[in-house]
Structures are given as structure tokens and as C-alpha cells.
Design a protein. Structure first.
Length: 323
């Protein structure tokens, strides 16, 4: 025996006080004001009920006692049919209500309670000019609202010892003076200034440069000496600079180390382009000598830093930068 619910009018859970026509397979667009339970009929019933649906025998009195036995039997049959219709209608209402979306929309459903959602989830495209974070040619700093171009021969690693946004030269080598550490010929990191009450870009850059130098050429994060430690330094630059349309400041040192060729470090500080405009620190560390990147690459990267969504440059992405 088939369990399919026959065609008929059923309460519309999405519109209280309204009945909707179920054609035996799906809901149709036909509706009507809710009324007293009726026998099944087509979506657009004729003005007069068909002859074969008229009840035989005399009408039943209000008390239910009048009429012949045949009439009373027919009445009982109709009453049972109506009661069955009410039960089915209640089941349909409950099923549809349980299938209602949180936004109040009625899903397409059959009287049997099966529900087919009408809403789908689609990916929202990124705004024009916003670079994808998996673009190998751009480093996206979502927190600070900037992008940095990644030079040829550089990478943005998935994992780093220090939890900051990083790009670095692809090949590593054993740090001079340490057999357990690996160093890179060039590294650039971006971070938000924290644990400080300094609000001046110039003052913060001058304060941060020593920390940047120590982290690159003095000691690693656990305190072990690398490169034989810094033996001396020389200030190469300390000046205002425009970064991503903001007034910033940079300080650059040349450091000599106990082992190896030493290197160049730079602290670049400028206001964020978003939120409270907190200060951003971009640190550079380039090895000196023939294996290190050219010092001019520091300036090239600085000039190519862009706000995320910069329509003129696609946020700094799109063209590679030679080392």
C-alpha cells in the first residue's frame, strides 16, 4: 500500500488562516481562506459540487437524530473521513513547522513531512582589488590592513618560530656560531606595536631598532647566541618616510657580528590604515656579503606596501620584485 498522501487542501504553515493545495506530489500555488473541513476537491472547484459527491438520503438534523438509517450511515462515513482529514492536516502542519527555516521561510515540503531546503550557501566573491591570501606574490596582513610584495626567490612560510606575519628567502643555512639554529639571508616581518605606550612613529622606530637587531643577529628566542653576537653597529639611516599613504619613520643599522658577515636591520613604523590606526612595525633583516639580498630591496619593499583593497595596485599584488 502506498504511503503517499492524496491530493487535497491542507493548512499552510507559512500563512496562518490559509489552506494550500497539495497535488499528491508537491505544493501548488493555489490557496484559499481556511474554512471548515471539506471533502477533497480540485484547486478551482466548480460552483456546484459534482453529483457523485452529494450525500444520499435526507439531510441530518442539527441534533444528529433525523433521517433514515441509510442517511445516518452516510453521515457517519463522512464524519470519519473529515476526522481523518483533520489528523492528516495536523501532521502536515507539524511537519512543515518543524521544517521552517530560522528566517521564517517555508521550505518546499510534502504532507508526508519530507523537507527540501530552498536556501543554498554560496561563496561570496572577494571585493575587487582585495588580494587572495594564498597569492604567492603578496603577503597579506589582515590585522593591520596592508599588503607587502614578496620578492622573487622569497616565500611566506606556513609556520615560523615567532608568531608574526613573515616572508623570507627560500633557502636556509646553519647560523654562524650555532649548530642547532637555521638562519635566512633575508627576512621581513609585520606586526602591530603592542606592550608600549609610545604613540610617535619616530620614537618607536628608534626604540625598536635595537630589539630588531638583537633578534636577527644576537640571540634566538630561547636566548642562545647566534652569529657570534653583535660586536658593533652603525646608523645608516634615520628619516621620515611615506608608507601606504601614511607618514612613517625608519631607522636602519649596519651590524657587525662575531661570526659571519653581519648584516643590515631596519625598523619601519607607520600608522595602520584601519581601525584605531595603531602603529605597525615592519622589521627587515638582510645578511651582508654576496649571499645577502641587495640593500636597495628594503626601499623597494617599503615603497610597494599598500592598503588592502587599493584599486590602483590590487593591494600591492600583481608584479614580482626581483631581489
Amino acid at each position: 500500500m502506498s504511503n503517499a498522501t492524496p491530493p487535497g487542501w491542507y493548512p499552510d504553515a507559512a500563512a496562518p488562516g490559509t489552506d494550500r493545495w497539495w497535488d499528491g506530489t508537491a505544493w501548488t500555488a493555489h490557496t484559499r481562506p481556511a474554512a471548515a473541513p471539506q471533502a477533497f476537491g480540485p484547486p478551482e472547484p466548480a460552483a456546484a459540487a459534482p453529483q457523485d459527491l452529494r450525500l444520499p438520503g435526507p439531510a441530518v438534523t442539527a441534533s444528529g437524530n433525523g433521517g433514515t438509517a441509510a442517511g445516518r450511515g452516510a453521515t457517519r462515513t463522512v464524519a470519519l473521513a473529515v476526522a481523518g482529514l483533520l489528523v492528516v492536516g495536523a501532521a502536515v502542519t507539524g511537519a512543515v513547522l518543524l521544517g521552517r527555516d530560522d528566517d521564517g521561510k517555508r521550505p518546499e515540503a510534502g504532507p508526508s513531512g519530507s523537507v527540501t531546503p530552498t536556501t543554498t550557501v554560496t561563496d561570496t566573491p572577494s571585493p575587487t582589488g582585495s588580494p587572495a591570501e594564498d597569492d604567492p606574490k603578496v603577503l597579506v596582513d589582515q590585522l593591520n590592513g596592508i599588503t607587502l610584495p614578496i620578492p622573487d626567490g622569497w616565500e611566506k612560510p606556513d609556520r615560523t618560530v615567532e608568531p608574526v606575519l613573515t616572508m623570507r628567502t627560500v633557502n636556509s643555512y646553519e647560523c654562524p656560531g650555532s649548530s642547532s639554529d637555521f638562519c635566512y639571508h633575508g627576512t621581513v616581518t609585520s606586526r602591530i606595536a603592542s606592550a608600549t605606550d609610545i604613540t610617535s612613529a619616530e620614537e618607536l622606530a628608534e626604540h625598536d631598532i635595537a630589539t630588531a637587531a638583537d633578534g636577527a643577529y644576537e640571540k634566538n628566542l630561547v636566548g642562545d647566541r647566534i652569529h657570534g653576537g653583535i660586536t658593533s653597529h652603525k646608523v645608516l639611516d634615520s628619516a621620515s618616510v611615506s608608507v601606504a599613504g601614511r607618514a612613517g619613520y625608519q631607522v636602519r643599522w649596519r651590524v657587525e657580528t662575531g661570526k659571519g658577515p653581519g648584516g643590515y636591520v631596519q625598523s619601519l613604523v607607520f600608522p595602520s590604515t584601519i581601525g584605531t590606526e595603531s602603529l605597525i612595525i615592519v622589521r627587515y633583516a638582510f645578511d651582508a656579503g654576496p649571499d645577502g639580498p641587495p640593500l636597495s630591496l628594503m626601499d623597494t619593499i617599503t615603497k610597494a606596501i599598500r592598503p588592502i583593497g587599493d584599486s590602483a595596485t590590487s593591494g600591492g599584488a600583481g608584479s614580482s620584485i626581483a631581489p
